[in-house]
Design a protein around this ligand. Structure first.
Ligand SMILES: [Zn+2]
Length: 264
């Protein structure tokens, strides 16, 4: 009899536990799409993915550039949409246009970004002004005009691409890419792409200077931006491992969060 009573009580408690106290899901888990979850697992964790500390070949699709010599890496969905967009431009451009869209830069990992950053920090790579005689804070400000600090770049996400030429004048009136830029301004959104670094005056005058060559696949990068911000605010994601990283602790947030409204 005692045994039956014990069994009965165990069953009742199991029922209560299962149906009255469903397991609570952390909010961040609910916001992630299933695809991102598996990507983060492959990268060794969300923070590793967001800061570019992962092996891209396992996660990103490889694309050959126009010359066939350089490999580019993008998330599979982004690669598909990029191809569709570049083909659409070729179909829809003016009859006598010789221009096409091509990739200049896509995925960069933490260490690649660190090489760019530190070569500018040391003055090896030229910037608008020389670094000689400047304080570390001033040097960091100068680098941040056009380069991201390691761990803060959207190029870590496999969602962002630099097209054709890394200068705004190329895309402006009189430049080779004027038609391209006009077409992208109207049509990129058909394929999910937006220009995160538009005129700085439209972004509270914060963050990077305008980059007419940099385009981002919003259906994925918008979530990644939000996750980066919450990981940084909760101090899970930290600025470390490169020259001047301590200065970035107070500046990183503005540079990741201040993007065009249609990229948020
Ligand atoms: Zn870029």
């Amino acid at each position: 009899m005692k045994y039956i009573l014990y069994k009965f009580l165990t069953l009742v408690s199991l029922f209560l536990l299962t149906f009255c106290y469903p397991e609570q899901q952390p909010i961040a888990e609910e916001q992630k799409s299933p695809d991102l979850n598996s990507i983060f697992t492959q990268a060794g964790g969300m923070t590793k993915f967001l800061t570019g500390r992962y092996e891209q070949v396992a996660i990103l699709s490889e694309i050959k550039d126009i010359s066939g010599t350089k490999n580019h890496y993008l998330l599979p969905e982004v690669a598909k949409q990029w191809k569709a967009m570049s083909m659409a431009f070729d179909k829809e451009k003016s009859k006598n246009s010789k221009q096409s869209l091509f990739l200049v830069s896509t995925f960069r990992n933490f260490n690649q970004q660190k090489l760019i950053w530190e070569s500018k920090f040391s003055g090896q790579r030229k910037m608008r002004e020389p670094v000689k005689g400047k304080s570390p804070e001033e040097i960091v400000s100068l680098i941040l005009e056009f380069s991201s600090a390691p761990g803060t770049s959207r190029h870590h996400w496999g969602t962002d691409l630099d097209l054709n030429a890394l200068e705004n004048s190329y895309f402006e009136k009189g430049g080779k890419g004027f038609e391209i830029y006009n077409w992208l301004s109207i049509n990129a959104k058909r394929f999910g792409f937006c220009q995160p670094y538009n005129a700085k005056s439209l972004r509270n005058n914060k963050g990077y200077e305008e980059e007419k060559w940099h385009w981002s696949y919003r259906p994925i990068s918008s979530s990644l931006r939000q996750m980066w911000i919450s990981e940084f605010n909760s101090k899970t994601l930290k600025m470390e491992g490169y020259k001047g990283s301590e200065i970035m602790n107070s500046r990183a947030l503005d540079y990741v969060s201040e993007v065009a409204n249609d990229c948020k």
